[in-house]
Design a binder for this molecule. Structure first.
Ligand SMILES: Cc1cc2nc3c(=O)[nH]c(=O)nc-3n(C[C@H](O)[C@H](O)[C@H](O)COP(=O)(O)O)c2cc1C
Length: 129
C-alpha cells in the first residue's frame, strides 16, 4: 500500500514537509477530534516518510459543546508526541461557539478575538524558538 500512494497524498505530504510549523484547528466529534483529522495525520506517517517528525504544531479548535474541543485536543496531545511532533503546550485555546460568538461579517466577539490574538502571538514565539 505504501508503494502505490495516490499522487494527491504524495503532494499533500510534500506540502506539509515544506513547513516549519502548522496550526491544527479542529471541531469536535463525539468528544474527540473528527475522523478526517486522524486520516490527515496518519497519511503523514506512511509512504516511507514521516512529515510529523520535528514539525512544530499548535492545536486549537472551536465547537458548540460545553468544553469547546478540549477533549479532542487532549486526545491529539496524547498520540502525536511519539510521532515526533513538537506541540505547543500553552496557552490552550478551546472556543465554545455560541450564537453571539461570530458576527455576520465573520469576525468574532471581543473576548474570543483577544484570546485568539494571545494564542497566535504565543504560537509565533513558539515557532521562532
Ligand atoms: C458526528 C458529530 C459529532 C459531534 N460531536 C460534538 C461534540 O462532541 N462536541 C461538540 O462541541 N460539538 C460536536 N459536534 C459539532 C461540531 O463540532 C461542529 O460544530 C458542527 O458540526 C458544525 O460544524 P460544520 O458546519 O462544519 O458541520 C459534532 C458534530 C458531528 C457532525
Amino acid at each position: 500500500m505504501d508503494e502505490d500512494f495516490p499522487q494527491i497524498m504524495t503532494e499533500y505530504k510534500a506540502k506539509v514537509g515544506a513547513q516549519d510549523a502548522l496550526l491544527l484547528v479542529s471541531p469536535e466529534h463525539n468528544q474527540s477530534f473528527p475522523a478526517g483529522v486522524k486520516n490527515a495525520l496518519d497519511i503523514l506517517t506512511r509512504g516511507g516518510t514521516n512529515e510529523l517528525q520535528g514539525l512544530k504544531l499548535g492545536i486549537t479548535g472551536a465547537s458548540p459543546g460545553r468544553f469547546g474541543t478540549i477533549n479532542g485536543q487532549s486526545q491529539l496531545r496524547q498520540f502525536l508526541p511519539p510521532l515526533g511532533v513538537k506541540i505547543m503546550g500553552a496557552p490552550l485555546l478551546a472556543v465554545q461557539v455560541g450564537k453571539d460568538t461570530f458576527n455576520d461579517d465573520g469576525t468574532a466577539d471581543e473576548r474570543t478575538t483577544g484570546r485568539a490574538q494571545e494564542y497566535m502571538e504565543a504560537f509565533a514565539r513558539f515557532i521562532e524558538t
